[in-house]
Design a protein around this ligand. Structure first.
Ligand code: SAM
Length: 320
């Protein structure tokens, strides 16, 4: 790999800290509960702006709603694969809520996985739930992967599908099981060809599945251009921004890569469909000066999802 693409990948890996630090800050203010984030990242040195916190709230609640709807439809008789999982804590939260799927997989670059594993190994609140759900066989663990009965994490590049599939199969991925794949702020860092291949691989591999994707949208306008420039200033290139032009382009990418049904909502729409009593609660947490800025932010992110349903579970009915 050239040193230029090394630097680009390093910047992409850096986004993992940004996401987790923002999530931890929002949790510390009370936007949602996550007792596990604190074991992965330090508390932010400075406050994050209220519109950023509300944006993260909408993102976490939105993705979580679709995930819970999938678990309900499949009665947890399924597997979840988090692509570009970063320091995500969903596994631990599902365990607490008694909502674990048959198996939960996480994939990220080896460097991120090795950091996450270090935290898991050294912090009992993270390792205990993995041990408690394990079946007594010895745990398989090395520098870049861990495999237990209900939770696996592995280091792989999402652009190298053959290698990723081999690694997932080794830790028990079962293509016949209903499968939820989640990519939260991940595809935008890959070229359109690579993200299309990933979606196609998922569509071809799992006959009964749902793909949930959270990322930027409406990027061709002025606000979108500023978002791109801000990231570029930090050497972070949104290589996949072409697919983020509109809700339609997000849906088209799913439909043209093997998914039977697709939908896409911008985050303004998601935010206004979240349980309004909880939205009213979080809106009281911090004074929001710039409602317009929040609306602009929400308008430039979306959740898109696609389904395939050979078992006729009614996956295409899942919505907000
Ligand atoms: C913005 S972070 C989001 C992390 C997490 N999904 C969240 O929402 O908190 C993007 C993550 O995708 C991972 N990622 C991006 N491109 C990847 C690739 N080609 N292979 C593996 N992981 C990748 C990065 O390392 C990073 O952890």
């Amino acid at each position: 790999m050239s040193s230029e693409s090394d630097t680009a990948d390093e910047a992409v890996r850096g986004t993992c800290d940004d996401a987790s630090i923002c999530k931890r800050f929002a949790v510390s203010v009370g936007y949602w509960k996550d007792p596990y984030m604190q074991y992965f990242v330090r508390q932010a040195k400075e406050r994050k702006a209220p519109e950023i916190n509300r944006g993260y709230y909408a993102r976490v609640q939105g993705v979580s709603q679709l995930l819970c709807a999938f678990l309900k439809k499949t009665e947890c008789n399924c597997q979840i694969i988090k692509l570009g999982a970063g320091l995500d804590t969903t596994f631990w939260r599902l365990k607490d809520e008694n909502l674990l799927p048959k198996k939960y997989f996480e994939v990220d670059f080896p460097a991120i996985v090795s950091r996450k594993l270090h935290n898991i190994k050294s912090k009992p609140p993270l390792s205990k739930p993995i041990m408690e759900t394990h079946n007594g066989d010895s745990l398989l663990i090395d520098a870049y992967s861990l495999d237990s009965a209900r939770y696996s994490i592995l280091g792989a590049d999402l652009r190298n599908l053959k290698d990723m599939e081999e690694k997932l199969k080794k830790v028990g991925m079962d293509p016949q099981l209903p499968t939820l794949l989640v990519a939260e702020c991940v595809l935008v860092y890959m070229s359109p060809e690579k993200s299309a291949s990933l979606l196609k691989w998922a569509g071809d591999t799992f006959p009964t599945a749902m793909f949930v994707n959270y990322e930027q949208v409406n990027m061709a306008d002025r606000f979108g251009q500023i978002m791109i420039e801000n990231l570029q200033r930090r050497q972070c290139n949104l290589a996949g921004v072409e697919a983020c032009q509109s809700l339609q382009s997000q849906m088209d990418r799913l439909l043209s890569n093997g998914w039977e049904a697709a939908d896409a909502w911008d985050m303004i729409r998601v935010y206004s469909s979240l349980p309004q009593n909880d939205v009213a609660r979080i809106e009281k947490l911090e004074f929001l000066d710039e409602r317009e800025l929040l609306e602009q932010l929400l308008l430039h992110y979306c959740i898109s999802w696609g389904t395939k349903d050979s078992l006729h579970l009614g996956l295409a009915e899942i919505t907000f």
